[in-house]
Design a binder for this molecule. Structure first.
Ligand SMILES: Nc1nc2c(ncn2[C@@H]2O[C@H](COP(=O)(O)OP(=O)(O)OP(=O)(O)O)[C@@H](O)[C@H]2O)c(=O)[nH]1
Ligand SMILES: [Zn+2]
Length: 368
């Protein structure tokens, strides 16, 4: 590895942490160069390797060993590759263990984890400061963030359409103590400086939020930073190439990496125990002093949660959201358990083929 090529993957976030992770892996893959997945297509991936962009597929062995959908590479993953000589293609031998990941539960015959983004440092949760402002949505996105392991940051866009952005910001702060909240206006070019602490070299930021909240506008706004500097970098680009091809993980001029995958964009809000408890820590804590262990928090007697609603300490809408999430989570768990039972009955006969968990090609490739 010469310095120049080494820099290429460092720019994409390779660092001593990943070196140490690699050192813990099977020696078979340790000599292979690392690469980062920057886009995912139906049958292939686009990687940033030490020698630039490569398209890639997984090895047959990888495919054979992949027990479930979540074992396959996802955007943001670090993979160990074999470069094919004289080709801008490579093959993926292994995926390094993910530091963080956004997982979506896909309910089919078997509930499967689909990784819609990996190794993000921050998750920007975008909501607009107009009639679309929705605190309950933010609450649910926060669950996803906690579950992913990435640090959530709430961005309230379209501040120019709002008389009192601070009022909304404090509303968010109430439901998400300790989570940074910023209000910005791409239209008026206001608030960008608040984002600088996150937009650091090698830091990966995923962007999520409902349709129309201003994600694309935000991306363009972030990308257009300092045009002069951009041109300077292009001039110095060793390959002199400016690719305009499809990417889902891309480099900003300030060195930060932005992840914008279709799945991340329209994050479907599945629920999971850990993230859920974290997001509703206040209610969980109140519930501890309910009279009954299995309190449903809908009767007055001995229920600390209902009491908190009555005294105005807890917003009834927050409680309603908590209950709705709990029901969905219970539903998902029931479905999962039922499927797992079915699977374990059949497991012996299926084991060699592993067909019960191996996604069929079409299912794996389809966008749902
Ligand atoms: N007033 C105002 N309008 C904005 C701002 N940011 C975005 N918009 C507008 O909001 C609309 C939606 O913005 P997009 O960036 O397309 O939203 P999106 O979240 O990417 O939407 P999807 O692509 O559907 O996911 C557009 O008409 C933007 O011009 C802002 O800061 N102020
Ligand atoms: Zn209760």
């Amino acid at each position: 590895m010469n310095n120049n090529v080494n820099n290429q993957i460092q720019t994409y976030g390779w660092n001593t942490y990943w070196y140490s992770i690699l050192a813990e892996q099977n020696p078979d893959i340790q000599h292979l160069p690392p690469a980062r997945v920057i886009a995912q297509f139906s049958h292939s991936y686009k990687l940033m390797t030490e020698s630039g962009e490569h398209s890639a597929g997984v090895t047959g062995k990888f495919e054979f060993n992949a027990a479930k959908r979540g074992d396959y590479p996802a955007v943001g993953d670090w993979v160990m590759v074999e470069m094919l000589p004289n080709e801008s293609r490579s093959v993926i031998h292994a995926v390094l263990p993910r530091r963080t990941s956004m997982v979506r539960k896909v309910a089919g015959n078997v509930i499967e984890d689909q990784i819609i983004g990996a190794n993000m440092d921050y998750l920007f949760i975008v909501n607009a400061l107009n009639q679309d402002f929705n605190i309950r949505k933010i609450e649910r996105y926060l669950i996803a963030a906690w579950e992913s392991g990435a640090n959530p940051v709430v961005l309230l866009t379209k501040a120019d359409l709002c008389e009192q952005p601070t009022k909304f910001a404090s509303e968010v702060e109430n439901i998400a103590p300790g989570v940074p909240v910023h209000f910005i206006s791409a239209l008026l070019n206001q608030g960008k400086e608040q984002l600088q602490p996150y937009l650091q070299p090698g830091i990966t930021i995923a962007i999520t939020g409902s349709s129309g909240v201003g994600k694309s506008t935000l991306l363009n706004w972030l990308a257009e930073a300092d045009t002069q500097k951009v041109q300077g970098i292009r001039e110095n680009d060793a390959r002199g190439r400016h690719t305009t091809t499809h990417r889902e993980l891309f480099l900003l001029h300030n060195g930060a990496l932005i992840m914008d995958t279709p799945g991340m964009r329209e994050l479907q809000l599945w629920e999971s125990q850990d993230g859920w408890q974290h997001a509703f820590a206040d209610i969980e804590q109140l519930a501890e002093s309910c009279r009954y262990r299995d309190c449903r928090h809908d009767a007055d007697q001995g229920c600390s949660v209902v009491e908190a609603v009555n005294t105005g300490e807890l917003d009834p809408k927050r409680l309603a959201n908590y209950k709705k999430t709990a029901r969905e989570l219970a539903h998902l768990t029931r479905k999962e358990n039922a499927n797992n039972q079915k699977i374990s009955k059949k497991a012996t006969s299926y084991k060699s083929a592993r067909s019960y968990v191996r996604p069929n090609r079409n299912a794996y490739m389809s966008e749902d």
